[in-house]
Design a protein around this ligand. Structure first.
Ligand code: G4P
Length: 526
C-alpha cells in the first residue's frame, strides 16, 4: 500500500470524559465491534476507585494495567482505528492533556443525568485550544436524565461548542424506546425489559410515515416528529469541513452498557473523523505524507516491576514510514538510535512491529534516556511543539532524607519528571527543589517510587504557592524590578524557563497590574 493510502485509512483518537460517565464501557464496546476483544470485561478500567484515593499502590497497579490498554488498534470496515486511552482520575489530568496532543480527534462522553461535569470542561478546553474535532456521545439513556434539548443547551454553553445532533432519543429511562438516527435516516429500537436492541437500522427516510406509529406508538411518534422539526429549525446542518476545523460537533445518544447507539457512533466516526494531521515543529509544519519519518514521544510509562526498571516511551508517527532497526535521530541529544523491538497493540495483543505509518503509536523500550516531547526524525533537526505543562495545583519542597543517597535521589527525581509524573522547579534564590503536582496523590507515588525503584528517600515540606506562571517579557527594566521584588518566588522549570510561583490569587493580580509589560502564562507553551 502506498504511504498516502496508509495515511488515508488511519483514525487516531481519544475518548474523554469525567470519571464514571462511561469512557471505559464505550471503549470496550468499540473494541468489541472492531473484533479487538471477544468478550465484555476484557478492558480494565484504569480509573482509580474513589475509595482508593490514598492507595497509591493500587493506582500504580492500575497504571501498570493501563500500559496494555494505552493504545488499542483494530480494523473496522476499511479503516485502521487507534484508540488512545486517557486516565480518568483527575490527579492524572496532565497525562490526559499530553495524550490529547497525539489524538487527531476525540469523542466526549457525557452522562445524560449528570450533564457537563468539571473534568469534561477542563479536557474540552484543551481540545478547543488545539481545534481538535469533537464528537459528543450522550450516554446512559436507559436511565432517567435531563431533557435532550436542555442537555444540548448545557453542553453548548458550558463547553463553548456548537452542536449538531445526528441522532435523537425517543423517550428516556423506563420510557426509552430507541434512537432515531438522522445521519443514516433510520430507527433503532430498544427494549427496556430486555435492556437491548430489538431492531437495528430500520430505514425510515421520512419520519412522517405511519410506520413510525407502528414501531413506537402514537405518543412517542408525535413527540419525535416535533423534536426533529425543532432540531432542524434550530441546529445547523452537519458540515464535515466545519467539524474537521473543530467548529461543529456531531452528537449521538445511546447507552454504552447496553451496546445501544455505539455501532451508529462508530460508523459515523470512521466516515467523518480526520486522518492523521500535519504537525507544527519549531522549524516548520510537517505533513504526514512526507517521505522522511518523524514522530514525537507523548507518554512514558514506567514498568512497575522493580526488577525491570525499563520504561516504554510512546511515540506517535507524524510523517513518513517508521522502520524497525533503522537509525533515527533523537534531536534533543543529537544522538542516533536504532529501535530493535518497537511494539504496537493490535487487537489487544502486544507485538513487535516492523513498520508503522502516520497516526500509529509505537512503544519504544527506554532505559531512562527519553523525555516527554522528544522528537525523532530521519535526519532533520526538528522539534515538535505542543506538549504544554499546565500550572500545578500543589507545591512542596523535596528534601533528601538519606544524605548517602543524594545521587540516586537526583537521578530518580529527574527520571520521574521526564515521565511527566510531576513538574520540578528550582528556586532561583537558593536552588531548593520544589515539586508541583496536579493532585496530592502524586507525592505519595513519587516517594514510593523513589524508594522502591531508586533506593532513595525523600521528605516534603510545604511551599505556599497558589499557581506557577511562566514569565515572558521584552522589557528588561520591568523584569529586573519584578525579579528583585519577587525574588523569593522565582524559579526555573526543568528547561530553564523563568517561572513565578505566585503565593496567592491576590499577589498574582497585583503583579499583573503593576508589571504591565510582563505576560504571566498559565501554561508552558505560548
Ligand atoms: P469511566 O471509564 O468513564 O469512569 O466509566 P465506566 O465505563 O467505568 O462506567 C462507570 C459506570 O457507569 C459503570 O458502573 C458502568 O457500568 C456504568 N455505565 C456505563 N455505561 C452505562 C449505560 O449506558 N447505562 C448505565 N445504566 N450504566 C452505564 P459501575 O457500577 O461504577 O461499575 P461496574 O461495577 O458496572 O464496572
Amino acid at each position: 500500500m502506498s504511504l498516502e493510502r496508509e495515511i488515508s485509512i488511519r483514525r487516531t483518537f481519544g475518548i474523554i470524559s469525567h470519571p464514571d460517565a462511561g469512557k471505559t464501557t464505550l471503549t470496550e464496546k468499540l473494541l468489541l465491534f472492531g473484533g479487538a476483544i471477544q468478550e465484555a470485561g476484557a478492558v480494565k478500567s484504569n480509573k482509580v476507585k474513589k475509595s482508593a484515593t490514598s492507595d497509591f499502590m493500587e493506582i500504580e497497579k492500575q497504571r501498570g494495567i493501563s500500559v496494555a490498554t494505552s493504545v488499542m488498534g483494530f480494523y473496522y470496515k476499511d479503516k485502521k482505528i487507534n484508540i488512545l486511552d486517557t486516565p480518568g482520575h483527575q490527579d492524572f489530568a496532565e497525562d490526559t492533556y499530553r495524550t490529547l496532543t497525539a489524538c487527531d480527534s476525540v469523542i466526549v462522553v457525557i452522562d445524560v443525568a449528570k450533564g457537563v461535569e468539571p473534568q469534561t470542561e477542563k479536557l474540552v478546553k484543551v481540545c478547543r485550544m488545539r481545534a481538535t474535532p469533537i464528537i459528543v456521545f450522550i450516554n446512559k439513556l436507559d436511565r432517567e436524565g435531563k431533557d435532550g434539548f436542555d442537555l444540548i443547551d448545557e453542553v453548548e454553553q458550558k463547553l463553548g461548542l456548537t452542536l449538531c445532533p445526528l441522532s435523537w432519543p425517543i423517550g428516556m429511562g423506563q420510557r426509552f424506546k430507541g434512537v432515531y438516527n438522522m445521519w443514516e435516516k433510520n430507527l433503532n429500537l430498544y427494549s427496556a425489559e430486555n435492556k437491548q436492541k430489538i431492531t437495528e437500522g430500520t430505514h425510515l427516510d421520512n419520519i412522517q410515515s405511519s410506520v413510525l406509529e407502528e414501531f413506537v406508538g402514537d405518543e412517542a411518534a408525535n413527540e419525535l416528529r416535533n423534536d426533529v422539526e425543532l432540531l432542524e429549525a434550530v441546529y445547523p446542518e452537519f458540515d464535515r469541513s466545519e467539524y474537521l476545523k473543530g467548529e461543529l460537533c456531531p452528537v449521538f445518544f445511546g447507552s454504552a452498557l447496553n451496546n445501544f447507539g455505539v455501532r451508529e457512533l462508530l460508523d459515523c466516526f470512521q466516515e467523518i473523523a480526520p486522518e492523521p494531521q500535519a504537525k507544527e515543529a519549531d522549524e516548520r509544519l510537517v505533513k504526514p505524507n512526507e517521505e522522511n519519518f518523524s514522530g514525537f514521544v507523548f507518554k512514558i510509562h514506567a514498568n512497575i516491576d522493580p526488577n525491570h526498571r525499563n520504561r516504554i516511551a510512546f511515540l506517535k508517527v507524524v510523517s513518513g514510514k517508521f522502520e524497525r532497526n533503522k537509525n533515527y535521530l533523537h534531536t534533543r541529544s543529537g544522538k542516533s538510535f536504532k529501535v530493535s523491538a518497537p511494539t504496537a497493540f493490535m487487537a489487544s495483543k502486544k507485538s513487535t512491529i516492523d513498520v508503522a505509518y502516520p497516526g500509529d503509536i509505537i512503544g519504544i523500550p527506554d532505559n531512562g534516556t527519553f523525555r516527554i516531547g522528544d522528537t525523532f526524525t530521519e535526519k532533520e533537526n526538528l522539534h515538535y511543539r505542543g506538549i504544554p505543562s499546565f500550572s500545578p495545583e500543589h507545591f512542596r519542597f523535596i528534601n533528601n532524607a538519606d544524605p548517602l543517597k543524594a545521587k540516586q535521589l537526583n537521578k530518580g527525581v529527574d527520571q520521574l519528571m521526564d515521565e511527566g509524573v510531576a513538574q520540578l522547579f528550582t528556586l532561583k534564590q537558593n536552588n531548593r527543589k520544589i515539586i508541583g503536582t496536579v493532585g496530592a496523590l502524586q507525592y505519595e507515588v513519587i516517594q514510593y517510587r523513589l524508594e522502591h525503584e531508586y533506593n532513595a528517600k525523600c521528605s516534603y515540606e510545604n511551599f505556599p504557592a497558589f499557581k506557577a506562571c511562566w514569565i515572558e517579557s521584552n522589557d528588561d527594566t520591568q523584569l529586573k524590578e519584578f525579579s528583585t521584588l519577587k525574588q523569593r518566588y522565582l524559579a526555573e522549570d526543568k528547561f530553564g524557563r523563568l517561572v513565578f510561583l505566585a503565593d496567592s490569587q491576590f499577589s498574582l493580580q497585583m503583579a499583573q497590574d503593576k508589571f504591565d509589560k510582563i505576560i504571566f502564562h498559565m501554561k508552558s507553551e505560548f
